[in-house]
Design a binder for this molecule. Structure first.
Ligand SMILES: NC(=O)c1ccc[n+]([C@@H]2O[C@H](COP(=O)([O-])OP(=O)(O)OC[C@H]3O[C@@H](n4cnc5c(N)ncnc54)[C@H](OP(=O)(O)O)[C@@H]3O)[C@@H](O)[C@H]2O)c1
Length: 339
């Protein structure tokens, strides 16, 4: 059997990651040994955190080594099993990265029930991004009825869940997204009270206009200039779950001046703000509650989701780079098999 995989060929240069940093190669998947399964990748998740792992130094976890397979979550089918709890044909969630096949220990894999929801949702609304939005909003945002909650990258995998969870809790939710189509989806489909296009002129004024009572919770997925624009609008006691910094490649020189730091520091004190950086691993104790609530909310139509599915493993590098230009509309997933 021949497989394909994408390895990290080189570290990004001064202009950030590019397609030249990836290399597609053929390989022969090994047969399963005792306790292992041979998997065929059906869907691969592409996520912003992968950018930092391309550099030396990584982020809160180690970098991908040169010549190593790019990391990533997958939904896969068992082709061969030598692990008692898994049978040929089972669908599982795995983390074997950008490759068509993988031979891995069977014990750490989560079986997915295809009758519960489309299996690709295990990478999005019912997976890591969904749980990050759900847990981050409930644990650190703590939205209350009538409060104004602002969410950036609000049409994406994390943001769309964070925004809808706050709406379900009775908050007045405003989303930030790039472009008219994403903004319309936020108000018309997800029921947000307003959406502000961060690519339009006068973004800061437009944001202030739809937050007349200030901002009580800012669920920050992007950092950078948008974060700076929210500072004057934050109410006393505002909570700011800091989930992501997609607008800033922190391995490149920062485009922002230090004066913003002084402004932020003073605002934290004067308005007694609570900023919480958090990562998915901090939310693992919420897994049961997350799956219970989300399955129910999807079934009742209270939570809607959108996936952006591209076809073929070879499409992964350019689709991944598009995340940083807002080219995806919804959770970005690669359909690896059956294309
Ligand atoms: N803390 C954690 O454990 C954790 C876990 C998962 C994800 N995250 C973070 O959560 C954020 C969202 O992740 P996701 O998986 O849901 O991705 P996503 O929102 O589905 O896709 C990324 C989106 O970010 C927006 N974006 C890109 N560059 C931007 C810029 N310069 N300024 C403003 N917006 C920009 C784009 O949307 P627009 O077209 O709307 O600009 C793009 O579609 C990321 O920062 C990610 O790193 C954190």
């Amino acid at each position: 059997m021949q497989g394909q995989r994408i390895v990290l060929a080189s570290r990004p240069g001064p202009s950030g990651p590019g397609v030249e940093n990836f290399h597609l190669e053929a390989f022969s998947p090994s047969p399963a040994k005792e306790g292992e399964v041979l998997l065929e990748t059906l869907f691969l998740s592409l996520d912003p955190y992968m950018r930092a792992r391309m550099y030396d130094g990584g982020n809160y976890k180690a970098s991908v080594g040169i010549g190593e397979v790019m990391i990533g979550g997958t939904v896969s089918r068992v082709l061969e099993s030598r692990e008692a709890s898994l049978a040929v044909g089972d669908i599982v969630e795995s983390r074997h990265g950008w490759q068509t096949h993988a031979t891995v220990p069977g014990s750490g894999l989560r079986k997915i029930d295809p009758d519960l929801a489309p299996i690709s949702t295990a990478l999005g609304v019912l997976g890591m991004p969904g749980q990050t939005g759900y847990g981050g909003m409930l644990r650190y945002g703590m939205p209350k009825p009538g409060e104004t909650v602002l969410v950036s990258a609000a049409s994406g995998g994390v943001g769309s869940v964070a925004a809808q969870v706050a709406r379900i809790k009775g908050a007045r939710v405003v989303g930030i997204a790039g472009g008219a189509a994403k903004c319309s989806w936020l108000t018309e489909e997800l029921g947000l009270v307003a959406a502000v296009d961060h690519r339009a002129e006068n973004f800061a004024e437009n944001l202030a206009a739809v937050c007349p009572d200030g901002i009580d919770v800012y669920f920050d997925n992007v950092g950078g200039e948008i974060f700076a624009d929210t500072i004057p609008l934050l109410n006393a006691g505002a909570r700011i779950p800091i989930c992501g910094t997609i607008s800033v490649d922190r391995h490149q020189p920062s485009p922002l001046g230090r004066d913003r730091m002084y402004d932020l520091h003073a605002t934290i004190l004067v308005k007694q703000l609570t900023l919480n950086g958090f990562i998915f691993d901090n939310l693992l104790d919420m897994t049961h509650a997350f799956r219970r609530d989300m399955v129910q909310w999807i079934a009742s139509g209270e939570v809607k989701y959108r996936e952006d599915v591209v076809s073929g493993l070879d499409a992964a590098p350019s689709a991944f780079l598009g995340l940083f230009r807002g080219e995806n509309f919804g959770k970005l997933i690669v359909r690896v098999a059956g294309v």
